[in-house]
Design a protein around this ligand. Structure first.
Ligand code: DGT
Length: 217
């Protein structure tokens, strides 16, 4: 049976917070959960253009194009139906708007006019009955920027080589502000303290996984 409104979970947290590892834990439950990783591969090949790399090489020049495309690919994921009753997404159109776009604007890497265009699009998409941005649960993997930075350096994704720790500090602050201070979160929030990794704390995801899998019953 196709689920047009599956129970939808978005997994949020800084770059390097462990979102992919959390998502992998659900690969044992294909009947119950359909997982949608972030579309980095698409960002790397937009009809031959690596927008992901261009954005890191020259943020002032490429952020608008990148965020515009990232917003489109996120919208596509939000809109996808599933065969499983539970849908889990890595990030969302919401963190794009409230963390990444906000940061680029605050850091003056994006012109105010460009920022305004992206915000107008976001507001339109959020209100439009044509798109399904419904979310039921937000899982926030909370890390210190220092731990996230160490993990990013260890995995050595080529585009992220030049990423300074200040970038992760800014993104951390914006995740905290969005998830802990805003009055219009799209869903209930659960927080996982994620400075430890799975080897150090094998049960760190257990409670939240149970909560999510219960929605498939
Ligand atoms: P994980 O598993 O928690 O380590 O997560 P990552 O780092 O695989 O995934 P994520 O979403 O934190 O970021 C993947 C890369 O894409 C990273 O270099 C940040 C970048 N990214 C993701 N979404 C956006 C966005 O909306 N704007 C910008 N500028 N970059 C983004």
């Amino acid at each position: 049976m196709e689920h047009t409104r599956p129970f939808t979970v978005i997994v949020e947290g800084n770059i390097g917070s462990g979102k992919s590892t959390f998502l992998e834990c659900f690969s044992k439950y294909p009947q119950e959960v359909e997982v949608f990783p972030e579309p980095v591969a698409k960002w790397r090949d937009v009809r031959g253009h690596n927008l992901f790399q261009l954005m890191y090489e020259d943020q002032e020049r490429w952020s608008m194009a990148f965020q515009s495309y990232a917003q489109l690919t996120m919208l596509e994921l939000h809109n996808q139906t599933t065969l499983a009753p539970v849908k889990i997404m890595e990030r969302s159109i919401f963190s794009g708007r409230h963390c990444f776009i906000e940061n680029l604007h605050e850091e003056k890497k994006m012109k105010h006019s460009e920022y305004t265009v992206l915000c107008e699009w976001f507001d339109f998409l959020q209100k439009s009955p044509m798109f399904n941005l419904k979310v039921d649960l937000i899982v926030y993997l909370k890390t210190s920027p220092e731990v996230a930075f160490k993990r990013v350096k260890q995995r050595a994704r080529s585009e992220e080589k030049i990423l300074p720790i200040e970038y992760l500090r800014n993104l951390h602050d914006l995740h905290e502000k969005w998830l802990h201070q805003s009055t219009d979160l799209p869903a209930e929030l659960v927080v996982i303290e994620a400075d430890q990794n799975l080897e150090q704390n094998p049960d760190m995801y257990a409670q939240v996984m149970e909560k999510v899998l219960a929605k498939a019953q």
